[in-house]
Design a protein around this ligand. Sequence first.
Ligand code: SIN
Length: 311
Amino acid sequence: MQSNSGVVVILGTGGTIAGRSVQAGDNVGYKAGELSVMDLVAAVPALQGRALEAEQVAQLDSKDMDHATWQRLAQRVAHHLARSEVQGVVVTHGTDTAEETAWLLQRVLAPSKPVVLAVAMRPASSLQADGPQNLAEAVAVASAPGAQGVVLVADGRVHSAEDVRKLHGYRVGTFNSGDAGPVARLEEGRVMAQRPWPEGEALGVALLARPVAEWPRVGLVCSHAGVDDWAVRAAVAEGLRGLVVEGTGNGTLNRALEPALQDAQRAGLRVLRATRCLAGGVVGAPDGAWPSAGALTPAKARVELLLQLLA
Ligand code: SIN
């Protein structure tokens, strides 16, 4: 049973869901972040008559997502969630960094109401645009009794911020939750829960209040065959405060990186170990290993380390 009682606020940030190409058949040479969030809502007949508010927070290709936009977005989401008449919030977003934004919002807000990222792999002008269906389904999730936490809706599935990952650069069915599986699926507008909704302790939006120019710089380097330590040493020289190392397999790091990482730690830089494997995360922590990012993707581990350093 779906409830339509409260207001759903839709915050626009751009992305392919708001993208437009000159030719309808062009699913590659389009520009993301062209249509307003009001245009996106107006294009979905199923949303007409629903109690909705739309607000444009940003208008960008999410490959260009930045800390200032995250700060503003988190503040606007928090503002609307605090309104008693608001049942849930939808954020229209590009697919490229959606998993990072989702994790940031989950860790900062851990909302008891649903916050739903709506994305698309095809621009709004495409012959096979997936945005309108994803947006309608995101609103259904934002209105679903019992729904909570930050999730992403795409291709009829609801993924948690913690588990979601973009796997394919072109196909529509690109999002996956790995071993955990989706939180729910959608069938004809009905939200069918499959496992508990995300929960957690909120770090609080005040954590992001500091001017972004003062946020600690956190980088991401990759361990690979033949790697040397230039990137780790450059991170220290540049004054970075944190470094995520994208390891091989179960988060293992090439021995060529170790001395530089030890030096970096002595210089005050925090290190977090993730894996470049597409599923499974890092399991366990052998004695002496660098702290692990667990199930988080390297990009989400960078968000996690940023938040830890801001705290
Ligand atoms: C973007 O991330 O803004 C562009 C790509 C997409 O949304 O699929």
